[in-house]
Write a protein of this length. Structure first.
Ligand SMILES: [Zn+2]
Length: 350
């Protein structure tokens, strides 16, 4: 074969490979349709099976940025972060609605919403959960090939503000979202969940710090990665992302969240008496998980009646006056109760 013919053959072969891979404009697009997208009856079946665990729940969805904040744009200008956040959020809302769940959103179109106002809206809404949806960009050290899926909860385990229920929720969402996108969770964490203190030490993300209901923030993928950007520009892929988040939240509720209830009247507590709390969950309570705090100080003078799911706290080491009691408890599936902070007034006598 003549030299020019060899060159033609190589050029032709490479062109054919690139065309076959759909690579003319960039790297190949690859994603997998979840089984529930290939067979619509499977999707109906999943939603039907899990809707009992979502009964009466209210979800607050916060698509990040928008309006005046449209600065974050993909490397090939195929996506604006604000728009893909909204696309995923709207698809997620639709899945929840199909399951009979009430959804409240900080925005459902392209508009400016103040960062703190997003949390205030969630606090006023009476929602059970807050989920903020974002897409990521690398810090100074990262390049265009950085891409992974991550989910953030507020504070570190050693911090008083740390609520283990937020980490539980983050884990469930992260697992199913990362799987739906076929992304890893990054190298900075074993399971792809991160404390927001990793980004802002001691403060975390404003939306997670100011929001009082259990809250997480997802960074679905990197719009700065040319491969990921092409997928994020596809409506079908945004729906797959939303499906991953939806599945994660469904499974979280199916694993159960214990409920804590004070059985005394918080206004009529005498110093010499005990406080009684019922802690209920269908899977049972893990007694080793229980922690009690009085005004941010750990307190060990309590006992647990596992059979009757009762927690008794003795007040003999507590001065009279107003206090905040905080309780942490997990069920047998290791899912923690939502943040529980109860104000009580202890009197010397009634
Ligand atoms: Zn963002």
């Amino acid at each position: 074969m003549k030299k020019s013919a060899v060159k033609f053959k190589i050029t032709f072969t490479l062109t054919a490979i690139f065309l076959a891979a759909g690579c003319a404009a960039g790297p190949p697009i690859y994603y997998e349709l979840p089984v529930e997208f290939r067979f619509p009856e499977k999707q109906k079946e999943f939603i039907g099976n899990y809707s009992e665990y979502l009964l009466g729940k209210k979800i607050f969805i916060d698509p990040g940025h928008g309006g005046e904040d449209r600065r974050s744009v993909g490397v090939n200008k195929l996506v604006v972060e604000a728009d893909i956040n909204l696309a995923v959020a709207l698809a997620l809302r639709d899945f929840f609605r199909e399951a009979g769940v009430e959804v409240i959103m900080s925005r459902d179109r392209d508009m400016t919403v103040d960062l703190k106002e997003r949390s205030y809206m969630a606090n006023r809404s009476g929602a059970d959960l807050f989920i903020s949806i974002h897409h990521n960009a690398p810090g100074q050290a990262g390049g265009h090939w950085v891409n992974y899926t991550s989910t953030y909860y507020h504070a570190k385990e050693t911090d008083y503000e740390y609520e283990p229920s937020e980490r539980d929720l983050a884990r469930y969402i992260q697992r199913d979202l990362a799987y739906a996108m076929r992304n890893s969770g990054g190298l900075g964490s074993f399971d792809g969940t991160y404390s927001d203190y990793n980004i802002y030490p001691g403060a975390g993300f404003s939306v997670l710090r100011v929001t009082e209901i259990p809250s997480v923030l997802v960074e679905c993928g990197f719009f700065t990665n040319p491969f990921e950007e092409q997928r994020l520009a596809l409506e079908e892929f945004n729906k797959i992302q939303a499906w991953g988040i939806f599945r994660g939240i469904c499974r979280y509720f199916a694993a159960g969240v214990p409920e804590i209830r004070l059985l005394n009247d918080p206004e009529k507590i005498i110093g010499s008496s005990n406080l009684s709390f019922s802690i209920t969950d269908k899977s049972g309570i893990n007694p080793a998980s229980i922690k009690v705090y009085f005004d941010s100080t750990a307190y060990n003078n309590f006992s647990i009646d596992e059979t009757n799911r009762l927690l008794t706290v003795s007040l003999d080491q507590i001065a009279s006056g107003e206090h905040v009691i905080r309780i942490i408890a997990a069920n047998k599936n290791n899912n923690y109760a939502f943040p529980y902070h109860q104000k009580i007034l202890i009197k010397n006598s009634i």
